[in-house]
Design a binder for this molecule. Sequence first.
Ligand SMILES: Cc1cc2nc3c(=O)[nH]c(=O)nc-3n(C[C@H](O)[C@H](O)[C@H](O)COP(=O)(O)O)c2cc1C
Length: 368
Amino acid sequence: MSEPAYPRVATLKTAAAFRGHLERSGIPLEFDDQLTPPDRSPLARSIAVNGVTVGNRFCILPMEGWDGTPGGEPSELTRRRWRHFGRSGAKLIWGGEAVAVRHDGRANPNQLLITNATLPALAALRDDLIAAHRERFGAQADRDLYVGLQLTHSGRYARPNEYDRPEPRPGAPNPLLDRRFPRGVRVIDDEELDRLVEDFVTAARLARDAGFAFVDVKACHGYLGHELLGARTRTGRYGGTLENRTRFLRDTIQAIRAGVHGLEIVVRLSAFDTTPFRKSEQGTGAREADADDPSTRPGFCVVDDDRDLDAALDESRAVVAMLQRLGVGAICVTCGSPYYNPHVQPPAMIPPLDGSEPPEDSLCGLTR
Ligand SMILES: Cc1cc2nc3c(=O)[nH]c(=O)nc-3n(C[C@H](O)[C@H](O)[C@H](O)COP(=O)(O)O)c2cc1C
């Protein structure tokens, strides 16, 4: 294997080594040389989320392991992961992992699915997490533990039946991304979206019945909720203007609010995006050559030059303001999509889907 072009952060063993690397690379990232002791750490302080006191500020982001059963129930591996979430000590469990509201919206044949049939197993998953938390931190420790479930439809990245058979239902046409699906794509139509709002409500009700305190209506990472926000090339009620592009998210939140009591709603949002990357001949991720043509740039808050980032965030700010008006008590900000600009996010332990090397030091992305 070739040497990575950028040092892994874990190899920078001291604050001085880390600072030296940042300075040499011209990366304007601030950090504290000394960690505040645990008893005085800001991360140890409680925080109010949706009016609930959450015991500290450590949050487990949703992370799936593609290890549910074909029927959409957790496997032993899933249960072990959730027990680890509980044992971690983090008090905010932001959704656990993506759970599909409908079979055709699963990102892979092993993604969890929420239905009447899977409800007992999903309730047990939450119970196990709480039991693991209590076992480690005491019988009362779950009083300030806040556990929700992330609800999703994978849209363009649906692959519900076979790992090697994409069954994309994108929210909008996108010339650059559509050609990555040689068998073609079928944009999800307005009537299907109307019905999908109801499917989210049903799923939210089941999540409440399983004991979850909130649901995350997922709007990130290139999946349907996110792609619709950028659906400028879509016609009809769900495309074109920002008002139309936010309709699905807005209607879903309002319908859950009206139809499911005793459940809070949060949103995970990809706040900005870039034009798609693909692996170049040199092996690094590179922006698609024809991406400068504005007609091939559908997407939500697409920015390819950091100098434009602030202006590109205008629509994100508008969406955040809308979510505030809708009473959404917390927003988890993320960016991009692991499918077409994998290096925009902090790197995972596993290589990105396209196998490309990062085009920049990941600390640049972190700073961004
Ligand atoms: C194996 C793996 C599974 C993930 N599963 C989910 C998921 O189910 N839902 C989700 O919103 N994000 C998921 N993510 C994304 C992470 O939560 C996180 O957003 C990502 O690692 C980048 O961090 P950032 O959002 O701070 O940029 C997953 C990431 C990895 C590496």
